[in-house]
Write a protein that binds this ligand. Structure first.
Ligand SMILES: Nc1nc2c(ncn2[C@@H]2O[C@H](COP(=O)(O)OP(=O)(O)OP(=O)(O)O)[C@@H](O)[C@H]2O)c(=O)[nH]1
Ligand SMILES: [Mg+2]
Length: 359
């Protein structure tokens, strides 16, 4: 899963990126610190996988990963070449979801490009820039597709009509996700990859020790069909540098929400309707995988390895808690909590799967 971070300059994007990655991308108190797109692979920690590995004695733990893209801040007029942000929007066209970071802390030491703290105005500015960026992209594509449509290609004709409808919607301030592509041009959305077709998780960058999402941001997110989480980016970035024990002590001292980043990753999962399943061997690797809800056992097996999916015979399935309670597969088998399922079984969140397959 790939996510892209957007927001105003100095909103706290790189701080959040650092918090997520501890990668040390430069976060500094002047606008446009991030001039190279930063990409990091973040492990999606999962306490359930830790418990499984501990209970059955796995040799190592491999979490699934999230690819996070940090870009330069967007300012009003970015689509006309203002600031640096617009050129970086291309870097996040291929992401699955967008994290929209908005400043909601009022630390006077941090410069705001518009000289005031107003989360809703900032959210609107960025959403407008995303709309403009998509509008420009769509207008350019309409020209290209129009030429193909002239040759009578039916998919191109359908795509052109859809693009024209899209241009109108974007121009009227409606996001691309409100204009589904026609059946005759099913790839139209994928060809364009509009930013406003992606699910958005709004991230309110709140003051230290203030875990609450401002009401206005929560309302904005709900109206936009997204959800919102609150994070103190700078504190989280600082805590990410510490070892876990010191970080826990610091959190207690500051009264900072323990699980802000976990909540953020969880929010992203929910937004994309993803669930996790695990594979775990005794004295072998324990591993987590994110899959779309409803994925079949065979589909999930293909996520482990294409050959395993192809040669799928059956799956042994157990809930993570049942496996932990039993203390191992043979004990679980004795208890009758380990089940055999076929290729079409829809994996549930938190299940552990062992695939039997013919190589
Ligand atoms: N008080 C406070 N300061 C913060 C917080 N998050 C970020 N900052 C500070 O705000 C400044 C800008 O943060 P960055 O994370 O670099 O912001 P950015 O959105 O990446 O900025 P650009 O890359 O310039 O667009 C830095 O000085 C941070 O330390 C926060 O939660 N609280
Ligand atoms: Mg930055």
């Amino acid at each position: 899963m790939k996510v892209g971070i957007v927001g105003m300059p100095n909103a706290g994007k790189s701080s959040l990126f650092n918090a997520l990655t501890s990668a040390g991308a430069e976060a500094a108190n002047y606008p446009f610190t991030t001039v190279e797109p930063n990409v990091a692979i973040v492990p999606v920690r999962d306490a359930r996988l830790d418990a499984i590995a501990e209970a059955i004695g796995s040799s190592e733990i491999t979490y699934d990963t999230l690819e996070v893209h940090d870009i330069a801040g967007l300012v009003r007029g970015a689509h006309e070449g203002e600031g640096l942000g617009n050129q970086f929007l291309a870097n996040i066209r291929e992401t699955d979801a967008i994290l929209h970071v908005v400043r909601a802390h009022d630390d006077d030491n941090v410069i705001h490009p518009d000289g005031r703290v107003d989360p809703i105005a900032d959210l609107e500015t960025i959403e407008a820039e995303l709309l403009y960026a998509d509008l420009e992209q769509a207008e350019r594509r309409v020209e290209r597709v129009r030429r193909q449509a002239k040759s009578g290609d039916s998919a191109a004709i359908a795509e052109e009509a859809w693009l024209r409808e899209l241009v109108e919607a974007l121009g009227a301030g409606r996001p691309a996700r409100s204009v589904p592509p026609p059946a005759a041009a099913p790839d139209a959305m994928r060809n364009l990859q509009p930013l406003t077709s992606k699910p958005v998780l709004f991230v309110a960058n709140v003051s230290e020790g203030d875990g609450a999402i401002p009401d206005a941001v929560a309302e904005y997110a709900a109206a936009a069909g997204g959800s919102a989480v609150a994070v103190s980016s700078r504190v989280e970035a600082e805590l990410a540098e510490l070892d876990p024990e010191d970080a826990a002590a610091m959190r207690a001292e500051m009264g900072v929400e323990d699980d802000a980043l976990e909540a953020l990753v969880k929010g992203a999962f929910e937004l994309l309707d993803l669930i996790s399943f695990f594979t775990a061997g005794e004295a072998k690797e324990a591993r987590g995988y994110a899959i779309p809800r409803g994925t079949s056992a065979q589909g999930a097996a293909g996520k482990i390895h294409t050959d395993i999916g192809r040669g799928f015979v059956r799956a042994e399935i157990i809930g993570w808690r049942e496996l932990v309670d039993a203390g191992g597969y043979s004990q679980a088998r004795e208890r009758g909590t380990l089940r055999i399922e076929g290729r079409d079984y829809a994996i549930a969140d938190g299940e552990v799967m062992t695939v039997r397959f013919t190589p």
